[in-house]
Design a binder for this molecule. Structure first.
Ligand code: AMP
Length: 287
């Protein structure tokens, strides 16, 4: 595995690979890698002749400076994990390399960026689109891999690819979980032992809500999730919404859409955790 910090060096190497007709796959990350990231890398290695992984903690997607400063960074360990997973090129640029001048682009994602993560993290998706579009331009991948843990992010990236006419296929990959159900996240490292013991309640409650969905209303399921989690003193629900999985418009009735998605953000102390669940609710036949 080669590690590159400069855009120019990476582009030169990837041009050589393209001249040899090699397919390039890409996994963007912010590092502090765990098995969830590595599952994306494994998909990428399996499906492409060349696998590029980027590690860059992108300041423009953080709406909270303290969150950016506290974000975990484990560069040495990350390198070893990527090498073992079969990554060919690790791109780890500096902030100056990615933002030689301030990025003033504003993306318009409509409703997609106005609800849930978009509503509670103003500017977050604009920052995501800024960095991912830059990385796509540098790397020119055929396929790029994203985790369904960040479900709304995938929709944003797909919309960006469409509106910029980019030639890259977005591959969604399932969420990897710890044995107790907690969605893997770099932020889990920031939890105290006590918080770590309580955090799995998020995934467990979502799972339980999926079984309630067959005989409870949307309102009742939403209340169940919010109340159950808020009863735990170490957890505080920021939002929980059940929505159309394509438009992210909140639903009020199960029959409004097929396979609605429940998306949640919960503070566990100062650590903000997100997760989601798909509701398999039988649709009432109307004809
Ligand atoms: P991040 O480093 O948090 O920006 O994540 C980089 C990529 O890894 C994103 O596409 C995430 O959705 C994905 N990812 C993060 N956690 C998981 C997980 N538990 N399972 C699968 N993919 C994940």
């Amino acid at each position: 595995m080669k590690t590159l910090n400069s855009e120019k060096d990476l582009k030169n190497l990837l041009t050589q690979e393209r001249l040899k007709n090699k397919n390039i796959g890409f996994v963007p990350t912010m590092g502090a890698l765990h098995d969830g990231h590595l599952s994306l890398v494994k998909h990428c290695v399996r499906e492409n002749e060349v696998c590029v992984v980027s590690i860059f903690v992108n300041p423009t997607q953080f709406n909270d400076k303290n969150d950016l400063d506290a974000y975990p960074r484990t560069p040495e360990k990350d390198r070893t994990l990527l090498q073992t997973a079969g990554c060919n090129y690790l791109f780890a640029p500096s902030e100056k390399e990615m933002y030689p001048e301030p990025d003033t682009r504003t993306f318009n994602f409509g409703n997609l960026a106005c609800v849930m993560e978009g509503e509670h993290r103003p500017g977050h998706f604009n920052g995501v689109a800024q960095i991912v579009s830059k990385l796509f331009n540098i790397i020119g991948p055929c396929k790029a891999y994203f985790g369904e843990k960040d479900f709304q992010q995938i929709a944003i990236i797909q919309q960006m690819v469409k509106s910029l006419h980019l030639n890259v296929q977005i591959i969604p990959c399932p969420t990897l979980r710890e044995a107790d159900g907690l969605a893997m996240s770099s932020r889990n490292q920031l939890l105290s032992d006590e918080q770590r013991r309580k955090a799995p309640l998020i995934a467990q409650t979502l799972k339980e809500s999926a079984t309630l969905a067959t005989n409870k209303t949307v309102r009742e399921v939403k209340d169940f999730v919010t109340n159950t989690l808020n009863k735990e003193p170490l957890l505080r629900v920021e939002y929980f919404e059940i929505a159309n999985r394509h438009t992210f418009t909140p639903i009020t009735c199960w029959t409004e859409t097929t396979l609605p998605i429940g998306c949640i953000a919960v503070f566990c102390g100062n650590v903000r955790l997100i997760d989601n669940i798909t509701y398999f609710v039988p649709q009432i036949q109307t004809n």
